[in-house]
Every structure is written in C-alpha cells, then in structure tokens.
Ligand binder design. Structure first.
Ligand SMILES: C[S@@+](CC[C@H](N)C(=O)[O-])C[C@H]1O[C@@H](n2cnc3c(N)ncnc32)[C@H](O)[C@@H]1O
Length: 262
C-alpha cells in the first residue's frame, strides 16, 4: 500500500515530466515554445518557419508571404562575409524580405543599413530578425507603397549610401498578390529605377551589387545599363548561355559606370 502511494505521489509526476522532456526534445515544438519568442509578430503575421543559414548563429524567422530562397544570394553574402565591402559603411538594401542580406551586412561590420520592402510582413520580418540578432539599433526598415514602388521612393532627398545591394524580383510579369512582388517586376520597372537613381544615391566610390538568377533579367539589365552609361560585371564563372532561363544559385552582378567610378 505504502509503495503504491509512493509510485503515485513521486514516480508518476517524475515520469510525466521526463516524457514531456522527450517529446519536446524530439519535436520542433520544443524549439518553438522553449527557445523562441512567441511565434506571432506584433502586427499579427504568423511566422511561417525557422531557417538555418550558413554564417548565422541561429535560425532566422520567415514570416508568411515573405520570400525565402537563400541560394539566390549565396555569392553576394559570401562577398559581404569575406571582404571589407560593407565594413564601416552605410548600406541600402532594396527588397529585404526576411532581412537576410541586411542582417549579413550588419553582422559583418556595416555601420548602418536602410532596408526597404513593399511587403508589410517583410518589413516586420526584417525588424523581428534584427531584434533577435541584437542588431536592430543599426537597421532602419521602411515600407514602400505599391502605388509608388520605385527603388528610392522612401529615401530622404539627400540620403546617400556607400553600398547598395538587392536581390530584386527576377521575372517580367505583373504581381497579383503581395507575395508575388518577390518574383515579378512588371516591365522591370524596379530594375530601371535602381539603374536610373544609382548615381545620385551612391557616395563617391560607392558600389552597386545585384543578385539575379534569370537570363532574361540579366540580359535586360545589361541592355538597360548602357542607357544609363553603366555596365555590368558578372562575378560568376558560369556562362549565361549554359544556364536555364531561371537558375539557382543566383549570379552576383556589379553595376559600374562605363567610365570611372561612382
Ligand atoms: C527576390 S525577393 C528577395 C528578398 C531578400 N532580399 C532575399 O534575398 O531573401 C525580392 C524582394 O523585393 C521586394 N520588392 C518587390 N518590389 C519592391 C519595391 N518596389 N521596393 C522594395 N521592395 C520590393 C519583395 O517584396 C521581396 O521581398
């Protein structure tokens, strides 16, 4: 009798706790509930998932409707991580999504980053990840209106940068949902606005780097660049002609003036 009471009073609660521990350890639930903040952001957008990326100390959050394909920017992030490209610099990222590239800049010495996006969830997502990685004080994320979506719309008139980076939407089509703004740039309007404004938005010696994995977009970029007396340097060993129309990882492309430097 005595021993049965002992089992009920001591062993059963102990076993329950152990069982719960095992369940939490072998399911993602444990990660979400024990080590992560509440999975609902302030504005109500649910976090879609947690993703691990090389070079980051912990998984980063990806909100619903926000773009996620880190291979697009493998070579851009490698350049940021292995050179002094952004060290001590003021950076603009156009179309930040989860904030991945901006966070990479901040973790590799950028003094300050301004990041933009048309997707309100992306704006919250980038801020959320910046808070989690403790770099939020150097990141300024701004929402671009889909009514006035050109590249530099949300900047102050005299705001300039040392480095501008972007993994813009790659394909020429009309986005129908906010999520599709990550994929489609109708008539390459965003790209045109990046090229037309780059000179006035870069400090002397500034750099403009884009990640693209679409042949049409890269050929359009190379054609349009000449209109603005710019040219494109491909930082990639692959030949465009050997690649499918849309490919991953994306190509790292640097836009430079035809003559001299920015
Ligand atoms: C291909 S995704 C890249 C996201 C992120 N930089 C990354 O590499 O994971 C393109 C992003 O640009 C945003 N975007 C589309 N049009 C935009 C515009 N006119 N201004 C700012 N952001 C825009 C999309 O919402 C999307 O987040």
């Amino acid at each position: 009798m005595q021993s049965r009471q002992t089992v009920h009073a001591v062993l059963l609660p102990l076993l329950s706790v152990l069982l719960l521990g095992v369940i939490l350890a072998i399911t993602e639930l444990g990660e979400y509930t024990l080590t992560r903040p509440v999975a609902i952001a302030e504005h109500g957008a649910a976090i879609r998932g947690w993703e691990y990326v090389d070079g980051f100390p912990e998984k980063i959050a990806v909100f619903q409707t926000v773009f996620w394909e880190p291979r697009d920017t493998n070579s851009l992030r490698e350049l940021i991580e292995t050179t002094d490209l952004v060290h001590g610099k003021i950076v603009l990222e156009i179309g930040t999504g989860s904030g991945l590239v901006s966070l990479c800049c901040l973790r590799h010495g950028a003094r300050r980053v301004v990041a933009t996006d048309v997707n309100p969830n992306a704006v919250e997502n980038a801020r959320y990840n910046a808070n989690m990685l403790d770099v939020a004080s150097r990141l300024d994320v701004r929402l671009v209106s889909t009514n006035t979506p050109s590249a530099f719309e949300v900047l102050d008139p005299d705001e300039k940068f040392d480095v501008i980076v972007s993994n813009p939407p790659w394909e020429n089509a009309q986005p129908r949902t906010i999520a599709e703004y990550a994929l489609y740039d109708r008539d390459f309007e965003l790209l045109r606005s990046i090229l037309s404004g780059a000179r006035s938005r870069l400090n002397p010696g500034g750099r403009l780097l884009l990640a693209y994995g679409c042949r049409d977009a890269i050929e359009t970029l190379e054609r349009l660049a000449t209109v603005y007396e710019l040219r494109v340097e491909r930082h990639d060993r692959r030949s465009l002609h050997d690649l499918p129309e849309v490919f991953i990882p994306g190509m790292l492309l640097e836009i430079v003036p035809q003559v001299g430097r920015f």
